[in-house]
Ligand binder design. Structure first.
Ligand code: SAH
Length: 497
């Protein structure tokens, strides 16, 4: 199955507007030109065409005329730096955040929020039609769910890298786009203010006790990341320091300072001594407090440990899961499989609607499955079973074992995979299970579309599409898709007998 990353991302971008082949002038690095921007790419960069090249310009917007300098020129495409906006777009706004230009995070914040939403909605549709081969007129395209209130300070999770500043003391912030060059910040505009407050408290501690920062090239220095998570409904905050080592000097003093900020309910250290870009290492040590934070989505309570996945935008998460629930159209006796279930967020949300049926959740991270089982207990939800392992393996095994509880019956299958999408083997198994409905929750329209095309070959068609903006100011977009069987009317009669 096609992987969608790296070069394919570039192709995907170029496919948005084909580049003409004739009249090709050879542009060289450092040459300057004037470019008309026509479209936005998947990383938020402006796209224009010049002499047969597709040109990508960070910070430029559609309908703008811009002065650019070529930075990297390939055969058919080039990357250029924005020198000056000659004619600005009517959708251009002054970035809210001071670090907007150097920081690699919020790549759309120079665009009005309304237009950000329009861009994302279009991207979902483009992918499903172009890659997914969906016939647009056969689908119900629901308007994107944008944030209803303030599209800033929404995030409940931060992973701040810590590096050495010019004077040798630790600094934190975010990496500039596609680099490990640290842009300092003490107040990130998409994080919840309490997260920034805790980050500043930890940084003050590092400076006071001369705790060293990690130096990537040499592999020395102690602190790699400050990882903070906050539960929206309880305000509980979990702090985890990722260390290139096993001990944190003066941890008692840090605990004292953190407990003065009332909402901090746990401090972990995570040991990561590898030369890697992966943030968390395997070993976690709880230095103070409880092992989880507790949050709520709708009326369901969740315990969340640092290793477990949890959506980053709490208000929009509730709308996303409500959509998944609506699209599942559950009857109370039905059996639902929730694959890639994390801490059981969607599973437990759905379980309430199948009071005489069951939910089966499958997830690969053991700590997340532990959370999921605990979450079922604390909510007194008994009609769920959770299994740990790769969905593409475990589902098959469960079906072969034909355990009475899980049986091979699946009325509805929900999948919510990571960016790379579903394993093809799993899509095969799902088709074999022949559910009446599939609800696909996706954080990557390109892999969603690829998987939808595979499912179409196996007899499933897209019926409804709901994009939901979980990531205001940056290009990410979450989508919920409902697929039904192509000969659904017959199935419906059979299943109702
Ligand atoms: N549905 C959950 C989690 C979605 S994120 C929620 O909304 O909170 C995707 C999840 O898939 C992560 O928890 C990740 O650990 C898990 N995962 C990744 N690869 C997997 C695989 N091959 N099989 C099962 N789960 C996997």
């Amino acid at each position: 199955m096609a992987k969608i990353k790296g070069k394919d991302r570039e192709k995907e971008q170029m496919g948005m507007s084909e580049c003409p082949k004739e009249d090709k002038k050879k542009w060289m690095k450092n040459e300057e030109a004037v470019l008309q921007i026509e479209d936005l790419g998947i990383d938020g960069e402006g796209i224009g065409h010049l002499d047969g090249y597709t040109v990508f310009v960070k910070g430029a917007l559609p309908d703008e005329s811009v002065k650019i300098r070529f930075m990297k020129v390939k055969k058919n495409y080039a990357y250029a730096r924005l020198i000056q906006v000659l004619k600005p777009s009517s959708d251009r706004v002054i970035p809210f955040c001071e670090s907007a230009s150097p920081c690699g995070g919020c790549t759309l914040q120079h665009l009005t929020y309304e237009r950000q939403l329009a861009v994302k909605e279009k991207r979902v549709k483009d992918c499903l039609v172009r890659i997914g081969k969906v016939e647009p007129e056969t689908v119900e395209w629901l308007p994107i769910l944008g944030m209803q209130d303030n599209p800033w300070h929404y995030r409940n999770k931060a992973q701040f890298p810590v590096r050495q500043g010019k004077d040798g003391t630790p600094v934190t912030g975010f990496f500039a786009g596609r680099s490990h060059h640290l842009i300092e910040t003490s107040d990130c505009a998409i994080q919840h203010p309490d997260i920034n407050k805790v980050m500043r408290c930890v940084m003050t501690f590092f400076r006071k006790y001369r705790i060293s920062a990690y130096e990537e090239e040499k592999g020395i220095g102690l602190v790699r990341h400050i990882y903070i998570r906050r539960a929206y409904h309880t305000g509980e905050i979990q702090v985890c320091l990722v260390l290139n080592g096993r001990e944190l000097p003066h941890s008692k003093e840090l605990i004292e300072q953190l407990t003065e900020l009332e909402d901090v309910t746990s401090l972990y250290i995570n040991v990561n001594t590898q030369k890697t870009n992966v943030i968390l290492g395997e070993e976690m040590k709880l230095l103070f407090g409880k092992s989880y934070i507790e949050d709520k989505i709708g009326s369901v309570r969740y315990h969340i440990s640092p290793q477990s996945f949890y959506q980053v935008n709490p208000l929009q998460t509730e709308r996303l899961y409500k959509t998944a629930l609506d699209f599942a159209e559950l009857q109370e006796k039905e059996t639902v499989w929730d694959l890639y279930c994390g801490i059981g967020t969607i599973s437990l949300f759905l379980a309430q609607s199948v009071s005489k049926g069951r939910v089966v959740g499958v997830e690969i991270i053991p700590e997340a499955i532990e959370n999921a089982k605990e979450n079922a207990q604390i909510n007194h939800i008994e009609n769920v079973d959770f299994y740990c392992g790769a969905a593409e393996e475990v589902v098959n095994t469960l079906l072969n074992e034909r355990e009475e509880k899980t049986a091979e019956k699946a009325d509805v299958v929900v999948v919510d995979p990571p960016r790379k999408g579903c394993d093809e083997k799993l899509l095969d198994t799902i088709a074999h299970m022949a559910p009446k409905r599939i609800v696909y929750v996706s954080c990557n329209p390109a892999t969603l579309a690829r998987d939808v095309a595979v499912l179409a070959e196996k007899g499933y068609q897209v019926e409804k599409v709901q994009p939901c903006d979980m990531f205001p100011q940056s290009t990410g977009i979450e989508t919920v898709v409902k697929l039904g069987r192509k000969n659904a009317e017959n199935d419906y009669c059979i299943s109702n007998k």
